[in-house]
Design a protein around this ligand. Structure first.
Ligand code: 9MR
Length: 387
């Protein structure tokens, strides 16, 4: 298999994991995910730091077999790329862009501006005083220009702003908002429009996009941008969903409302949290302090009982029934990870628990949920869509 080793030879390569690295496609007779979803939407996965610093990581087999789009989990965020003024750590971001280009994959620049994982120095002058609005806008422009120059020829879709709207529809009181004002998101899109290539797709990306306040505010924002001539090319629904929340009806309602604005929907960070959290602690607990224990980590050996696998497959089928029904409005569905092993839900909100969130298990094998999606997609191909 051709791998872009030269792009990452400068990185320290850790030992590859135990799995044998024969092409999984060769061992399989069923269609791959990207074949099953062809003509519906692109299907993506996330490359995390472990993968980007290990060119033999077994996740690459699954990516090359099943996926048509990739997103970086962390390596293109402001903090990881530019932790101190003038200090740039671009190895992983460079490896991401080089790998995606070499494989001909659609790539997502995640994310230009986010309140989280952005270092304090971004908001301060050299004496530690808060920047003025103009100075912060200039700093944002500098970052957008650097990203455009370095990656703009290959990365064509950008999460311009991540999570600037609260569930009640108000602007998040981030440092960006406090310094720039309520037009932070608009200014960010103006900067992106001016600095990124004309063929770049500019997205707004947020979680809990079925919250009524957020959903309405996103629609109002997109319409406002369109009236003002501020380019916005898509709405990203992250899709960090649970086993019963949000309902299929609410997911569908958001897709329909977003699509009414005329821009496509991207499902940008899909995973389903099998273990959930509501049953063992309330919403207001400081989640950072929760540790794995017998009660909240029932399948610590990574083996899920068959009936739980089925319940999980049923939930993915329920979600994909909606996504496939509205595939004409959806440009891409990206899973936030590749296998259960690399899901962020092993670390949040419970540190060190063994969670189950994606379509491939810890042995890099497709789970029942994978087969359900493939079957559902095939069925959708053979039946006219009911409206
Ligand atoms: O997957 C990312 C995880 O490794 C990081 O620790 C975390 C830090 O906040 O960010 C995760 O990705 C987030 C994404 O960038 C934006 N939406 C929410 C995702 C999950 O937190």
């Amino acid at each position: 298999m051709i791998r872009l080793k030269q792009a990452i030879t400068t990185l320290s390569l850790s030992a590859s994991l135990a799995i044998a690295s024969g092409s999984l496609a060769e061992q399989r007779s069923e269609p791959t995910l990207k074949e099953a979803l062809e003509g519906k939407f692109l299907v993506g996965a996330t490359l995390n730091g472990w993968m980007l610093s290990d060119s033999d990581h077994p996740a690459y087999d699954l990516i090359e077999t099943h996926f048509s789009s990739i997103s970086p989990a962390n390596s293109m965020k402001w903090g990881p790329m530019n932790p101190q003024p003038g200090e740039y750590k671009l190895e992983q971001a460079d490896a991401f862009a080089a790998y995606g280009a070499q494989q001909g994959l659609d790539m997502i620049g995640h994310t230009l501006f986010w309140h989280s994982q952005t270092p304090n120095w971004v908001f301060e002058d050299s004496e530690g005083n808060p920047l003025t609005r103009e100075a912060l806008l200039a700093r944002m422009r500098e970052r957008a220009r650097m990203m455009a120059e370095r990656y703009g020829d290959r990365i064509k879709t950008w999460d311009v702003v991540n999570e600037s709207i609260e569930g009640d529809g108000s602007w998040r009181k981030s440092k960006f908002q406090q310094i720039i004002g309520d037009d932070f998101t608009e200014q960010a899109f103006r900067i992106a429009m001016e600095e990124l290539p004309a063929d770049a797709k500019l997205l707004y990306n947020d979680y809990s996009m079925t919250d009524e306040g957020r959903r309405k505010a996103v629609v109002a924002m997109v319409k406002d941008f369109q009236e003002k001539g501020v380019r916005i090319d898509g709405i990203g629904m992250q899709g960090h969903w649970g086993m019963s929340y949000p309902s299929a009806q609410e997911i569908e309602k958001s897709i329909l409302m977003f699509a009414e604005t005329g821009v496509p929907v991207h499902i940008t960070e899909l995973d389903i949290d099998l273990l959930g959290r509501d049953h063992f602690f309330g919403a207001n607990v400081d989640i950072g302090r929760i540790q794995a224990n017998e009660e909240n980590n029932p399948y610590a050996d990574g083996k899920l009982p068959a009936e739980e696998e089925e319940r999980f497959a049923d939930r993915y089928a329920e979600v994909f029934a909606v996504l496939l029904k509205h595939s004409d409005k959806i440009e891409r569905v990206t899973f936030w990870g590749v296998t259960d092993e690399d899901s962020w839900l092993n670390f949040w909100p419970v540190r060190g628990r063994t969670n189950f969130a994606l379509l491939f298990d810890r042995d890099y094998q497709p789970k029942p949920a994978f087969y359900r999606i493939v079957e559902l997609a095939a069925k959708t191909n053979s039946e006219p869509t009911a409206e």
